[in-house]
Design a protein around this ligand. Sequence first.
Ligand code: ATP
Ligand code: MG
Length: 587
Amino acid sequence: MMHWPVIEKTAEAYRVAPHMRDYSAARAQFSWDAVARALPRMPDGGFNIAHLAVDRHADGPLAPHCALRFLARGAAPREYSYRDLRAAADRFAQTLSKLGIGRGDRVATLAGRIPELYIAALGTLKAGAVYLPLFSAFGPEPLETRLSLSGARTLVTTDVLYRRKVEAIRARLPALEHVLVVRTGSGPLPANTHDFAALAAEAPAGFATVATLPSDLALLHFTSGTTGKPKGVLHSHSAVVVHEATARYALDLHDADVYWCTADPGWVTGVSYGIIAPLVCGVTTIVDCEDFDVERWYAILAEESISVWYTAPTAIRMLMKAGLEAARARRYPALRLLASVGEPLNPEGVLWGLEAFGLPFHDNWWQTETGGIMIANYAAMDIRPGSMGKPVPGIDAAIVVREANGGVKPVDDPDQVGELALRSGWPSMFRGYLNEDERYRRCFAGDWYLSGDLAKRDADGYFWFIGRSDDVIKSSGHLISPFEVASALLSHAAVAQAGVIGVPDPIMGEAVKAFVELKPGNAADAALNKQLMGHARKLLGTAVAPREIAFIESLPRTRSGKIMRRLLKARELGTAEGDLSTLEGAE
Ligand code: ATP
Ligand code: MG
């Protein structure tokens, strides 16, 4: 098996005194109640994410501090201070109340990373309504499904997106009463819609944020659809307790930070850690309105003096594909912490951070359902490349096996593979799946929430991701992690991305098959295939190495950047492709 060097990290060696100096000590002292108590309530006792993210800062010394800074090609950056952001969110909340939208109603956005999306999200929360982000590249079909499932009464979008995607399905969305459009084109206002800017201009200034309770619903997120049809996941205002604590502990956000979360706010990470967490912490967030571009990203990291950067394995692999020179062409003196989420981060990726920036990537694990980071690598804790790290203080994670009677049993032996489970009751635990109560109940056994991911824990308490419970490969009696096989392939200089599946085999049960995307300048020929086979066998041994490697132009990915193994498998086996609403490039 592969061995990667441990990256030693101490509080003293870290550039700024980290919020968590010592993991064990932090765990021993931690309580969610204490974190929640430290977050100020509203004067009337209410607890509202928007109060914590904007109102209280706008009323205090941070009022003039830059909250959001939007970058767009060919335009000057647009900045919103905490005071500006509150004023704009107030006007949106006023608009909603004029339209008769309030507590518990669902308000959706469908837009790129424009300021109005952020304003609508915060204004929705202020109004006590439930915020539903929809990814801007969704086509009419996935939009119709999500809008009708959610029963959204209001949608904020742009005129261009409205004409392209919503107009044709509008008649089939009876619950959708109001559409507010941000005008980006020059044409007239589409029929049956309101002008976002005109309503904001008419709205009275100020708004008394609704005094929601911690248990009131705040967010509705659809999952990525990596393993099947996306599920609607409900979260309440208390989720902010986890957002705040993890932004301090896992992302180590400090007051003076300039923070960049590259996840789109159409997904859970882009809302929880791209809007809520950094605002609650009072830092400056950079929002890039443009698509991924290697040169542009390095320029942003350098010129915007980003200090904390939260990104995803797929982006890291794309940067790696472009080569080290591109990264080294600039200096990043402000950069302090790099973090990654969404998919397993291969050890190569963690170490590449050291080569490119002098800093390792800190992998962390969570799900739409968990509402916030649950397992992480921390600023002042040694990193074992390829490991997700250790549970956030306040989170009890275990490896469990299911028992015949429907219960589960935690396994104590180190390195035993089982299902990753969390002791239920943390503040950002999901409150339900939209219209799927039975499915929600099935996620719990006794005290435990069952994640559906397989993992193992080593003798020192580090967790290692093995795979989704439905894509782990069982070959000749071995449990094979598709992630581990992909990591081995990625350590070859020619490989840019790899997706690994099990295909049925009469003798072995399943055989390992890898699909490989090459870096530019490599020929997809038999000689390279043989070389890769040899490389994988050397690292993994013949029992685990792929039996077959196929070259592929581009792996199927979700719009949030995850490799869709279920689609590789369906195509390989000629079975039904299932829900493709979140497939990148499809509309
Ligand atoms: P769906 O539930 O619709 O199939 P999804 O599970 O990909 O989609 P998300 O909630 O966005 O939707 O993703 C959570 C999943 O992403 C986790 O269950 C895990 O499998 C994977 N994941 C996230 N972070 C990591 C990580 N650091 N290491 C390994 N896997 C990760
Ligand atoms: Mg999932």
